[in-house]
Design a protein around this ligand. Structure first.
Ligand code: FUL
Length: 484
């Protein structure tokens, strides 16, 4: 073990000197596909809110048929600030609103349809929920995103080329009228039947070709190049393959998308886990609702997830290198229900208490090896609270270990690891050992790390912990370790 029992301040001082002298070795070369700067910023957001709100809220349905009268949409106490305040306090960094769900009702006064908020009693037809939410989000420091359902059960021309034009026109309205949009959510759902302008029939589309996504994405990109496109297949973020809030313990951000397209069945497992050595960087996003349904139903007021359950979903999403997209559906008043607000407050309390104090940051750290014996790549980088530095090994060294020695025996609940993914995802397997009765005892074996990996340690008592990376696609780069 290369011992680094020096206090952190001295180590940082030495690191500066060594940088000023000469750099003995070069940093590792990038490995495989890499995340874009927008994707990197997306990981750091960690928690975003999904908001399902439309005519379904008033009809008590999950999927409107498309024949609902706009008259039904009438939230009496709508308050976007109540939503955003709740989200900001709970630690959410972004919000994605259903501007249009499968029933086709537009939450903004679209010029291309009469099936919209402009023909509702809400604010005498002068309301614009997309505008109110995007403005309030900005005021509360949250990024704004939109969901615009491709499947539209209201439109008479759904299935014709003219509908695709209609869909693009609506995207143009959203992407030019409401400020920066960080994420665009393309939902692959399509149940076939609908109102379709009075036809009341089942329509099938050629799911691979009908929407001509490449043209649509290019168009949106030309208006807002920084937007991240989510769909079953990416191109920027992929579906995680389930709606239960469970990311893969093994989560490769890499995947080969030509095996994927929206609606293809049997690919859920692939979406959840990804592929080591896949051709593209498309992380899985974990979407789940705080209630059984995506829309508000009074009957589900008692079925809101508990703070503990939300914390478990945090561990199975953010703790597995994804982000959590948690749906909170406003009620018929146009407010987050008290039970949901209470659950979110409790969730925040748990997060704050669990991650309040990182014991690793006041510990000593050593590693079996570090790159070129160059201090710039030493294990001190694991605990220096700087995301831009990392511990790494020589090229070709794909198994190595590091140890964290605590000041005294402590009870450990969680281990947090972060890979320096700016240069690619590499770690495929690692083992965790703790010091018990004067020897190392294996606690468990895990697989990938990625942006962030949080492993429950179940309150084990120990004075030392060792992470042994046993398999990596190239020399591993670890930027952070935390112990809670
Ligand atoms: C699904 C939709 O059918 C649900 O209504 C909901 O919007 C969910 C997030 O995606 O595909």
């Amino acid at each position: 073990m290369k011992n680094l029992f020096l206090p952190l301040a001295i180590c940082m001082f030495l690191a500066n000197i060594s940088c000023q002298k000469e750099n003995k070795v070069n940093p590792p070369k990038p490995f495989g596909p890499l995340p874009s700067s927008e994707q990197l910023a997306w990981y750091e957001m960690e928690m975003n809110a999904f908001i399902h709100f439309t005519i379904n809220t008033f009809t008590d349905k999950e999927w409107g048929f498309g024949d609902e009268s706009p008259e039904l949409f009438n939230p009496t106490s709508f308050d976007a600030d109540q939503w955003m305040e709740t989200l900001e306090q709970a630690g959410f960094k972004g919000v994605i609103l259903t501007a249009k769900h499968h029933d086709g009702f537009a939450l903004w006064p679209s010029a291309y349809t009469e099936h919209s908020i402009k023909n509702s009693p809400f604010q005498s037809g002068n309301g614009d929920i997309v505008k109110s939410v995007s403005e309030s989000a900005t005021e509360h420091g949250l990024k704004f995103g939109v969901y615009l359902s491709p499947w539209d059960r209201n439109r008479s021309d759904y299935g014709e080329p003219s509908y695709v034009e209609y869909y693009r026109n609506q995207l143009r309205e959203l992407f030019t009228g409401y400020g920066p949009i960080f994420e665009m959510w393309f939902d692959g759902a399509n149940g076939g039947d609908g109102y379709y302008g009075g036809s009341n029939e089942k329509r099938t589309i050629d799911r691979r070709n009908y929407y001509d996504w490449p043209t649509t994405l290019k168009m949106v990109d030309s208006m807002q190049p920084k937007v991240l496109f989510f769909s079953d297949a990416g191109p920027d973020l992929r579906w995680v393959g389930n709606e239960r809030g469970i990311g893969g313990k093994t989560h490769w951000n890499t995947i080969t998308p030509d095996t994927l397209f929206a609606g293809k069945s049997g690919i859920e497992n692939l979406l959840q886990h990804g592929t080591p050595g896949g051709t593209h960087w498309i992380p899985a996003e974990v979407n789940v609702s705080i209630r059984p349904g995506w829309f508000y139903h009074k009957a589900e007021d008692s079925l809101v997830r508990t703070p503990e359950n939300l914390f478990q979903r945090y561990l199975t999403s953010v703790g597995r290198g994804s982000t959590l997209l948690l749906n909170i559906p406003p009620d018929t008043r146009g407010l987050f229900h008290e039970n949901d607000v209470k659950a979110l407050k409790g969730f925040r309390k748990i997060l704050d208490s669990v991650f309040q104090y990182d014991m690793a940051k006041s510990s000593t750290v050593m590693a079996s090896t570090y790159r070129g014996d160059d201090f710039r790549f030493s294990p001190i980088n694991l605990i220096d609270e700087n995301d831009e530095t990392y511990w790494t090994t020589d090229d070709g060294v794909t198994s190595a270990s590091f140890e964290i020695e605590l000041d005294t025996e402590r009870k450990l609940n969680y281990l947090l690891l972060q890979e320096y993914i700016q240069l690619g995802q590499r770690v495929a397997a690692f083992d965790i050992y703790t010091w018990q009765n004067n020897q190392w005892k294996k606690l468990g074996s895990e697989t990938t790390i990625g942006y962030k990996r949080i492993v429950p340690l179940n309150g084990i008592k120990t004075s030392k912990i060792k992470i042994e990376i046993s398999e990596a696609l190239a020399c591993p780069l670890i930027s952070n370790v935390g112990l809670y």
